[in-house]
Design a protein around this ligand. Structure first.
Ligand SMILES: *Cc1c(COP(=O)(O)O)cnc(C)c1O
Length: 400
């Protein structure tokens, strides 16, 4: 692969490791350790076997016939929603828990917003019998109560964070603070292609199984191993990174990502970091950040808890700047509509995050022979209430 992170952890001028002095050694140790471990046969064997028998991979690549007709293309859905725990996040957690074990760590911490990464982390910690503590904004603890209960049932300790806006961004800061106090025994499990180097690279590699499978599945179905378009939603950027990983250097493949526009990119209620962010440091990396003129991180806003983050992974900031990715902002109402549309046309209730990717179809013009692969990052069971409550929001696009 030509496109990759450089020695110092940068994608172009984004990335790096901006961490407090006290974490320098532990981050450096991880930088030294991760590649040899991940590339070892022992790791690969255990990782692949768990992905197969525990997560349920490969996830299907499904030809969506009715949606294909509607949008005038050949649409295939990559079904990450069918994974154990209901989303792509488990791919990353399985990989990182195996890495943590091999580094001799005995305790795992993680931040979570909607609770999806928290649940995936608590799941793999139960599986591996390893201590697990999750940091979650108090607002999110209240909003996402079912996930909190799932984490507790899995044996994790959940810490409600009461600083700042009491949401994801504050939970990240609190997790980093805990890590500073326990650098030796604790592994910090980052949930997206975010954080100091080497996390964006680790997470992208763990999710790259998505595009690895797309390659052989397409070959099997259509006789060639690449699509004309790849579409995914982007919060921190991990399901998108996994979807594009093995195609970044392949210029035949157009990459379209959907970020959360919230009420709209011209309002204060948005999470569209590529559209509205400026360069800054967020959670240990240089990237695009939604911030005030004096550098305070702004609160992100979107109907989708999983995309509710004021930053974006450095790899996507760079690929967008280089023109390799097209990033569209999808507003709440468009996502709600797209969620209903996929549900009624294919019988698949997508996570509200994934519905943002589905909504991108409406904004693109295809040729009938174009092969489009769209990643459904997660399932919508957790969002049924949101869909029902906000049904009227999408009225102007049609009725359900
Ligand atoms: C967390 C989550 C996302 C956003 O995270 P990325 O790192 O950008 O992939 C998207 N979809 C689902 C279902 C999620 O749970």
């Amino acid at each position: 692969m030509k496109y990759t992170v450089d020695e110092k952890g940068f994608f172009g001028h984004y990335g790096g490791a901006y961490v407090p002095e006290i974490l320098y050694k532990v981050v450096h140790d991880l930088q030294e350790a991760y590649k040899p471990i991940i590339e070892s046969k022992d790791f690969q064997d255990e990782y692949e076997s768990l992905l197969k028998d525990y997560v349920g991979r490969p996830s299907p690549l499904y030809y969506a016939k009715r949606m294909s007709e509607k949008y005038g293309c050949q649409l295939y859905l990559k079904r990450e929603d069918l994974n154990h725990t209901g989303a792509h996040k488990i791919n990353n957690c399985i990989g990182q828990v195996l890495l943590a074990k091999r580094m001799g760590k005995t305790r795992i911490i993680a931040e979570t917003g909607a609770g999806q990464h928290g649940v995936a982390t608590a799941t793999v910690c139960a599986l591996m019998n390893i201590e697990c503590e999750i940091f979650m904004g108090k607002t999110d603890v209240e909003r996402q109560h079912t996930n909190v209960e799932r984490m507790r049932m899995l044996g994790a300790k959940v810490h409600p964070v009461t600083t700042g806006n009491m949401t994801l961004s504050d939970a990240c800061s609190e997790a980093i603070r805990d890590w500073c106090c326990h650098p030796r025994d604790t592994y910090y499990m980052v949930g997206s292609t975010m954080g100091p180097h080497p996390y964006p690279d680790i997470v992208a590699k763990m999710q790259s199984v998505i595009s690895k499978e797309i390659k052989w599945q397409l070959k099997e179905k259509i006789g060639r191993d690449y699509p004309d378009y790849l579409i995914a939603c982007v919060g921190g950027g991990s399901n998108a990174a996994g979807t594009i990983y093995h195609y970044i250097d392949d210029d035949r493949v157009k990459i379209v990502l959907a970020e959360a526009g919230g009420h709209g990119i011209d309002t204060d209620f948005t999470a569209a970091t590529i559209h509205c962010g400026t360069e800054g440091i967020i959670h240990g990396a240089r990237s695009l950040v939604m911030q005030t003129d004096d550098g305070q991180i702004k609160e992100a806003f979107t109907i989708s808890a999983g995309l509710d983050y004021p930053g974006i992974g450095p790899m996507h900031a760079d690929l967008h700047e280089k023109g390799r990715e097209t990033v569209l902002a999808v507003n709440d109402d468009e996502a709600i509509y797209a969620g209903y549309e996929l549900t009624r046309m294919e019988g698949i209730v997508p996570a509200i995050e994934s519905a943002h990717a589905v909504a991108a179809l409406k904004k693109l013009t295809f040729k009938p022979e174009d092969v489009v692969v769209l990643t459904v990052s997660g399932r919508g069971d957790k969002d049924v209430e949101t869909y029902l409550k906000n049904k009227n929001m999408a009225k102007e696009y049609g009725n359900f």
